[in-house]
Design a protein around this ligand. Structure first.
Ligand SMILES: [Mg+2]
Length: 322
């Protein structure tokens, strides 16, 4: 199958979005950005064997590649406009392509976002790059740099599920017996098919001060927000919202207690909000700490003891010399 037949067969879909003025088939796609809104753009490259295991199900690769990009739009309070896909494939394996496209469009349809263009090339290595476009009213865009001293720090959903799912994916033998089949399936689902908080992000726009999505690990991502805002944070080590599956696992293996703070891939939103506004928070979320003037991060639990926290998460190129 040649490139054009492949695109037509797996990736060319009708797009009902009225903002799309020029779709797949021309040299460029063309979209209208609603008046008064600014265009937001994010891009993520994934390489097989590096960013996901070689045996990852193609459905999950398609789903997650789009999810991580939409999560970045969510973190800024943007409404998705569309996305492009650049796909490098060793060969045009139709079984693989059809499952990949199904995963990609399952999430695209759920989020009402269209594939508006892209490219396919042959390459010895499977890799894919998605670029997602979104828009938001300029004055409501959520930034990492807008946290204020005294703000509460809150997160959506539950944290740590994807990191525990990754442990299962890497070696099912390490899972304690207390984590039953249903819990395992839930944790793997959170790893492979994260649901980006697109609606929640838009609800937080104009309400929260600062926001970021949790991709590399909560502490790591929070440290970026703190740096950009030139503030610090005090966190309650017992406040993190955990799923039932994660609670069961950590109870059986207390040495993993800090893992949810440090593992990545949850794609939940972390945001800061002035305490007097908290009661009006438009989405379900959990307070885990507070913004302080002193830089860095500290634990302070129920016993009142304060201890410094070193941020650690997934750092690209960390193992290579500077
Ligand atoms: Mg991000």
């Amino acid at each position: 199958m040649n490139e054009f037949a492949l695109i037509a067969r797996y990736f060319k879909r009708p797009c009902p979005d009225v903002r799309l003025r020029i779709g797949i088939g021309d040299d460029c796609a063309g979209m209208m950005v609603p008046p008064g809104e600014i265009l937001l753009v994010t891009s993520d490259a994934l390489i097989a064997g590096r960013h996901f295991p070689l045996d990852t199900a193609p459905f999950d690769i398609g789903y997650k590649a789009l999810a991580v990009n939409l999560s970045d739009l969510a973190a800024m309070g943007a409404k998705p406009l569309g996305f492009t896909l650049a796909l490098a494939l060793p060969q045009a394996d139709e079984t693989w392509l059809s499952a990949f496209a199904e995963g990609l469009f399952t999430l695209a349809d759920e989020m009402s976002v269209c594939l508006i263009g892209g490219d396919t090339v042959q390459s010895p290595l499977l890799s894919l790059t998605i670029t997602a476009l979104g828009s938001a009213p300029a004055e409501r865009v959520l930034r990492r740099s807008a946290a204020k001293v005294g703000d509460l720090i809150a997160v959506t959903g539950t944290i740590g599920d994807a990191g525990l799912g990754l442990r299962i994916a890497q070696n099912p033998q390490v899972v304690p017996a207390a984590v039953d089949a249903r819990a395992r399936e839930f944790l793997l689902g959170r790893l492979n098919r994260p649901r980006p908080r697109v609606g929640e992000g838009q609800q937080l726009a104009g309400f929260a001060h600062a926001a970021i999505d949790i991709s590399d690990g909560l502490l790591q991502d929070l440290s970026h927000l703190l740096e950009q805002s030139a503030v610090g944070a005090r966190l309650d080590p017992d406040a993190l919202p955990l799923s039932e599956a994660a609670q069961g696992w950590l109870a059986a293996e207390p040495s993993l207690r800090q893992l949810p703070w440090r593992c990545g891939d949850d794609y939940e939103l972390l945001f800061t909000v002035p305490p007097e506004r908290w009661a009006d928070c438009p989405i379900p979320a959990t307070v885990i700490g507070v913004i302080e003037a002193e830089s860095g991060m500290r634990w302070q639990g129920g016993d009142g003891e304060v201890a410094a926290i070193a941020p650690q998460g997934f750092v690209h190129f960390a193992s290579q010399p500077a």
